[in-house]
Design a protein around this ligand. Structure first.
Ligand code: ZN
Length: 162
């Protein structure tokens, strides 16, 4: 029993040193079957968020959106990004330099298509959102490159301001 606990302790230390292992152990609190997701998402939203597809550049609803508000996960409505951190990246995809909260986004290594990229997921339901790159503006230097189809925009009505 003591040995077992010791091994558990060691494996926890090793796991926490390895962010990838940590991410694969992440527990999503919103879990649905594909059929359930299909009922609440459009076919295009399903393809992006549940099948890791990417919308065509300049095709989405939000890359040119300059309105104030909050961008939420289209699947589970978790707030992900604030329009205050949105910037024009010139890519044709909505881009942000910072997540609304560090725990809102889960980062996972993505080596598909022969590229080393970092995929970003909704931390609550595992929706594929896009990727994060290290060529963003200050202060973070990060560029969260999102699919509009993975987002739901809630316009700031100004009621809470001042
Ligand atoms: Zn979500």
């Amino acid at each position: 029993m003591k040995n077992g606990l010791f091994l558990l302790f060691i494996s926890i230390i090793l796991t926490s040193c390895n962010s990838m292992a940590q991410n694969t152990e992440h527990k999503f609190t919103v879990v649905k079957t594909d059929d359930e997701w299909r009922k609440i998402l459009t076919p295009e939203q399903f393809k992006v968020t549940r099948r890791k597809s990417t919308e065509l550049a300049c095709s989405g609803a939000y890359w040119k959106n300059h309105e104030k508000g909050i961008y939420k996960c289209v699947c589970c409505k978790l707030p992900l990004f604030d329009s205050q951190t949105k910037f024009d990246s010139g890519t044709g995809w909505p881009s942000f330099y910072k997540a609304i909260h560090k725990d809102a986004i889960l980062e996972v290594a993505d080596n598909s298509f022969g590229m080393e990229r970092t995929e970003i997921l909704c931390s609550r339901c595992g929706a594929h959102l896009g990727h994060v790159f290290e060529d963003g503006p200050r202060p973070t230097g990060l560029r969260y490159c999102l699919n509009s189809l993975a987002l739901d925009f809630e316009k700031d009505t100004g009621k809470k301001e001042q």
